[in-house]
Ligand binder design. Structure first.
Ligand code: 3PG
Length: 209
């Protein structure tokens, strides 16, 4: 039985990350730096000797391009890929397109932090992390996890908060624990799962600067 490998990668820097705008379901492209980050992630995964059998990504350009660049760097362009909006970023609702510093000036540091990092406070008109877990988890359980448990080496490229939702479940984090969890762009996390789908080991492959 081959190992049960699950790799999560947040997309590389996007145009709106660079401009410091709430993005959510909006669809900006990667920046030059984001392209470089994605390629570096691919190089790190290749250096680990990893190969993939199946890939999952969101319906958004920045995550799809990141996946293409990672696989390209690994010489693994042909990997079977599934795209699904279940893996999209948390919907930032009315905040989408607003500048994060302007939002802090308007609503206060603490409120904006709660919208961005709390488990159950939804941004106006958008999804809380709890809502995002409710959206991503069925897709993980029904599509991604079965592939991992079959021994297919699996990569998921998605978003800061859709991945925090999965990480909360994988790492059994409390609402307080997930509040402190930040994900760098283009930094792969390699999980090995046990047969009962719990995490056996985890490694952060922080992309070299
Ligand atoms: O949607 C966004 O704005 C980013 O991808 C994640 O933003 P956050 O770090 O503010 O949650």
């Amino acid at each position: 039985m081959s190992e049960r490998i699950l790799v999560l990668v947040r997309h590389g820097q996007s145009e709106w990350n660079l401009k410091n705008l709430f993005t959510g379901w909006r669809d900006p492209d990667l920046t030059e730096q984001g392209v470089a980050e994605a390629k570096r992630a691919g190089a790190r995964l290749k250096a680990e000797g990893l190969t993939f059998d199946v890939a999952f990504t969101s319906a958004l350009t920045r995550a799809q391009k990141t996946l293409d660049l990672v696989l390209g760097e690994m010489g693994q362009q042909g990997v079977k890929t599934f795209r699904n909006q279940a893996l999209n970023e948390r919907d930032y609702g009315d905040l989408s397109g607003l500048n994060k510093d302007d939002a802090r000036a308007k609503w206060g540091e603490e409120q904006v932090h709660l919208w961005r990092r709390s488990y159950d406070v939804p941004p106006p008109g958008g999804e809380s992390l709890r809502d995002t877990v409710a959206r991503t988890l069925p897709y993980y359980v029904q599509e991604i996890l079965p592939a991992v448990l079959r021994g297919q080496h699996t990569i998921v490229t998605a978003h800061g908060n859709s991945l925090r939702a999965l990480i909360m479940v994988l790492e059994k984090l409390s609402p307080e624990g997930i509040m402190k969890r930040e994900l760098a762009t283009g930094a792969p996390i390699v999980y090995r799962l046990a047969a009962d789908s719990t995490v056996e080991s985890k490694r952060d492959l922080v992309a070299a600067a």
